[in-house]
Design a protein around this ligand. Structure first.
Ligand SMILES: [Zn+2]
Length: 703
């Protein structure tokens, strides 16, 4: 709605009376809130909006106020939410990182201002300088606030010792967070040393965010790799900060804005605005659009202004943070157990629009995943015209009862991917029928299948042209084989004309074949051939990633290449050996194993080999990371061997990557049995552990 002022809705209406008893309703609310806390803080995948979450919390608070006997010590109202995830050490913040109370409307903000002013009411002063008891308390007319854009990212706490960055931690549950120092150090906006800061320890707080451009690029790469997309930049930033590999974090180019000095300082500035200026002088990044507002009306102006202007920024903001500026006034106001009383977060209204769902179509991805999407009557929303929306899967559609022909409420989730919130049932016309998934692939006509434990339907035809097109684009992409010039329209033509039926066909293309295609001159044909030629010599990880094996992203491709050194070694690997590679779990291992078990894939590798494509790692194999024939297997040796000592046998096992243990357990891969074996043989038989006689053992280790 360009030019139109943003609408701030009234306070949310109270929840309708519940048929449950207060105790049962409170218990149900606690369960729901804990569930959503986990979705939000631990999994970074919220299912409900912040407004809906706050409505649950407010209802629980109301029940507990009316029935104090129902308050439990572990009720979500009694603490700040969130649990650190495993994988990073835990650290304790100098003072709790409280979250802020939320306001959704002009009324909420005015109510906040009333509470602040009443909280600051001072006894009236009589003309003689004494207190005039008769005059009562004087409520200040206006309070000075600072309004700042609320960054939709991940809160962090930075610790500087004598001006040097020594630690970065996530907010976690507000009291304890996760130590993500290595990741924080990769964020260029955050200085590793402060300029002119006092000695000693300082904790500084801010928000890490993912710029929109980085977010779009990242999701594009994930889509190409067949990985699930992040719903919005905030989830992506949170996921990135929890990545255990700082090199990957660095590539994402996170930004940061600092908003608080948490350590009390003797000579701290008297106001928030001056504190921010001081932090800026030390070299910390401070968001430049902050503004001092005298009185709540000026704050509301700021909120209105940015509700529209925010889309011009290169980062997401979901609201405005309003803080009392003077430090002395803040100290008088104090905090409740959950929120400071001197601050409030105003959330911009979620932008929704109503339009007609014209029809539902399906898209075939590189992995054959067939996903429905909505074709909408074009509608203007959040600064752009929307004509399509994502629909996650057929089950989700059925659950929300969304039907083609319905009027639907659409929302931009985190302002990025429009989604359908719900159908407007009151406007459903007669004859509007539920949608059903087509039974055949729209691109090739092959029947669609859905594995029993999955929600996604797939086209399993290995030569499906839709899969091939998407696969070729991925194969040629910058982070895979990096074949510049092999774009969408060209791929379309190569597949349609039958010139390319698999990746290996690219290497057989000739100049005259290319020149015969639309919009392809001599020069661009020659350039493309040179690019294809160059890609023959690419290092193994690029090829492995480009093959598009499910669950094998760039990182897994690198790890596998480093561990196995060649496609041939990888092809021969067992599931067990694949799982020996650090960070490669059973899902990836199974995906790799089953990819190489497919005859048509082995044929493709053969054809790539014949085309002269490099199939080995250019980097020398890392001895520590290398997977050997017995990697991941544990052996026990018992009895007397005739042709070698036990030490020689153990050395042979270890040379091939296996481990030797002294006792038999369920985890033992095999027991090597010599003459006069005793109790270990009994135990192995009991546990069903494989036994090898000396002859079989010698064959296994190649002696
Ligand atoms: Zn198909």
């Amino acid at each position: 709605m360009p030019g139109k002022r943003c609408r701030i809705p009234g306070t949310m209406s109270p929840a309708p009376p519940s048929p449950l008893s207060p105790a049962a309703r409170a218990a149900a609310l606690r369960d729901a809130i804990r569930h959503h806390d986990e979705r939000y803080y631990t999994l970074s995948a919220p299912e409900i909006s912040d407004a809906e979450y706050d409505a649950l919390m407010k209802e629980l608070e109301a029940i507990e106020r009316a029935h104090p006997e129902l308050v439990t010590p572990d009720s979500p109202t009694q603490r700040v939410a969130g649990q650190p995830v495993e994988g990073f050490p835990t650290v304790t913040h100098v003072s709790p990182m409280l979250s802020l109370d939320n306001a959704y409307s002009e009324d909420d903000l005015r109510a906040f201002d009333d509470r602040v002013r009443r909280g600051l009411a001072a006894p009236a002063v009589a003309p003689d300088g004494g207190e005039d008891a008769a005059a009562g308390l004087v409520v200040p007319e206006r309070v000075g606030y600072v309004a700042e854009l609320k960054i939709d990212g991940l809160s962090i706490a930075l610790t500087y010792e004598d001006g040097r960055l020594v630690r970065g931690a996530t907010r976690g549950d507000g009291v304890q967070g996760e130590d993500v120092t290595a990741n924080v150090r990769t964020i260029r906006a955050i200085p590793l040393a402060l300029d002119g800061a006092p000695g000693g320890s300082l904790e500084i707080r801010g928000e890490v965010y993912l710029p929109r451009a980085s977010f779009d690029r990242m999701n594009q790469e994930r889509e190409e790799a067949g990985e699930p997309l992040f719903a919005n930049p905030r989830n992506a930033a949170a996921g990135t900060m929890r990545n255990l590999d700082p090199a990957q974090v660095a590539r994402r180019r996170l930004g940061a804005w600092i908003y608080q000095l948490a350590t009390p300082m003797a000579e701290a500035p008297a106001s928030h605005l001056e504190t921010l200026a001081l932090l800026e002088r030390w070299g910390l990044p401070i968001e430049p659009h902050r503004r001092r507002c005298d009185g709540i009306d000026a704050v509301l102006d700021f909120c209105h202004e940015w509700a529209d202007k925010r889309r011009s920024l290169d980062f997401d903001t979901d609201g405005v943070v309003i803080k009392v500026d003077e430090r002395a006034l803040r100290e008088r106001l104090g905090a409740t157990s959950r929120f400071p009383r001197w601050a409030m977060a105003f959330k911009f209204p979620p932008e929704q629009a109503t339009t007609k769902l014209l029809r539902i179509e399906v898209n075939v991805g590189r992995t054959g995943a067939v996903t429905p999407y909505a074709v909408l009557e074009p509608v203007f929303l959040s600064g752009s015209t929307i004509s399509m929306a994502t629909l996650h899967n057929a089950e989700d559609l059925a659950r929300k009862d969304i039907r083609p022909g319905d009027y639907v409420l659409v929302e931009k989730g985190g302002d990025v991917i429009p989604k359908i919130v719900m159908p407007i049932l009151g406007r459903r016309e007669p004859g509007v029928e539920p949608w059903t998934m087509p039974s055949a692939c729209p691109a090739c006509g092959a029947p669609l299948h859905r594995p029993p434990d999955e929600v996604v339907w797939r086209c399993v035809n290995t030569s499906c042209p839709a899969k091939l097109r998407r696969g070729l684009l991925h194969f040629a992409s910058r982070t895979a084989m990096n074949i510049e010039g092999l774009g969408e329209s060209l791929v379309e033509q190569l597949v349609a004309t039958g010139l390319v039926r698999d990746f290996a066909d690219l290497y057989g293309l000739t100049a005259s074949q290319l020149e015969a295609l639309e919009r392809m001159g001599k020069k661009s044909a020659a350039n493309l051939l040179a690019e294809i030629e160059k890609s023959r010599g690419n290092d193994l990880p690029r090829l492995l990633f480009g093959l598009g094996i499910r669950h094998v992203g760039e990182r897994a491709a690198q790890l596998l290449a480093r561990a196995f050194g060649s496609i041939d070694a990888l092809m021969a690997a067992t599931q067990e050996q694949l799982q020996v590679v650090p960070e490669i779990g059973p899902v990836v291992a199974e995906a790799v194993r089953s990819w190489f078990a497919e005859g048509s894939n082995l044929e493709l590798i053969g054809r790539l080999r014949a085309a002269g494509v490099n199939l080995t790692s250019l980097a020398p194999v890392d001895e520590d990371a290398a997977v050997k024939p017995l990697s991941g297997r544990t052996f026990v040796i018992t009895g007397t061997l005739a042709t070698m000592t036990r030490e020689e046998a153990a050395a042979a096992i270890e040379r091939l990557g296996g481990r030797v243990s002294g006792s038999v357990s369920r985890k033992t891969s095999a027991l090597v049995v010599g003459a006069e074996a005793g109790s270990k043989l009994e135990k192995a038989k009991q546990l069903g552990v494989e036994t090898l006689d000396e002859e079989a053992f010698r064959r296994l280790v190649g002696l």
